[in-house]
Design a protein. Structure first.
Length: 294
């Protein structure tokens, strides 16, 4: 039988550092929806903010802020797994406020109706396949900016290219990873999402599609919007189905966040690149919003 270890002061149940940490953990676990600040936690346990930060980090191996984030994400995952819609989940776990990270800043322009009608004739599109957090990404660019972004599983590159190039069949396609690599690196690295250096995007679609895609760009990270709400935003309140079709035709996955569009019931509904990937993107975004500030 192993001997019982001697308990030092740090682990004495009452009147000790342990008691301070225990009460801090209890408050975080009970009040995580309110996202209590370090100062609020410190006041609740009778410590200074600096003292609690050092004590908690030494005890738990992570800061009170990081522990709060972990508790919040754990509850969010459970709620999403139970079927609760993303929007309701974000309110439930106190994530409805503005995030510490800006969304992917973009500046966009539309090709002329004639360019779209000609199905890309006279347009040179450079493309390349890159590893991304959501599988293999097919990145397509013109001399005016990013024109296409889609996802596929390894081995499905040919089908992915056929799907995307079929949207503009008369364009001239050139495989050029040196041209697409800077875009791939920029898109999937939140540290490079800067308002003063927006990502240049060119949209190629019908007038109606362009209006829907522009509305998608206005949905902030961590939020979701129903197709009917998007229809109202573009002044077409009875066009929910047409909006859904335009969302599904979005050639700029992730950058133009069609993954944030949901059904009226709150269900995630379909996604051109797979519902599992849609869930993965939403989960990744939730993690970015909860990541410690740099």
């Amino acid at each position: 039988m192993k001997p019982v270890p001697t308990l030092e002061r740090d682990v004495t149940p009452e009147g000790s550092d342990y008691e301070v940490v225990r009460r801090a953990i209890e408050k975080i676990s009970l009040d995580y929806r309110d996202q209590p600040s370090l100062e609020e936690l410190a006041e609740a346990v009778g410590e200074t903010p600096t003292g609690l930060q050092k004590l908690f980090t030494r005890w738990a191996g992570l800061s009170p802020k990081a522990f709060l984030q972990a508790v919040t994400l754990d509850h969010a995952r459970k709620l999403l797994d139970s079927g609760m819609p993303l929007l309701e989940t974000s309110f439930e776990v106190g994530m409805s406020g503005p995030g510490r990270l800006h969304d992917l800043f973009v500046t966009h322009e539309a090709m002329s109706p004639g360019d779209y009608k000609n199905r890309g004739a006279g347009l040179t599109i450079r493309y390349g396949f890159h590893i991304s957090p959501f599988g293999v990404a097919l990145v397509m660019v013109t001399d005016r900016g990013l024109a296409g972004l889609s996802f596929n599983d390894a081995g499905d590159e040919r089908a992915a290219f056929a799907d995307m190039s079929g949207r503009w069949p008369n364009a001239n396609y050139v495989e050029d990873m040196s041209a697409t690599a800077p875009y791939a690196a920029r898109i999937f690295d939140p540290a490079k999402w800067r308002a003063d250096q927006p990502l240049r995007v060119v949209m190629i679609g019908t007038d109606f599609q362009l209006r829907v895609w522009d509305a998608l760009l206005r949905i902030p990270m961590g939020k979701a919007c129903t197709y009917s709400s998007i229809a109202e935003r573009i002044g077409q309140p009875t066009a929910s189905r047409a909006v859904g079709a335009a969302v599904g035709a979005n050639p700029l996955s992730f950058v133009v966040p069609c993954h944030r569009a949901i059904g009226k019931s709150g269900a995630l509904t379909g996604y051109h690149w797979g519902l599992t990937r849609k869930r993965a993107i939403l989960g990744w975004e939730a993690g970015q919003l909860q990541a410690p500030a740099a």
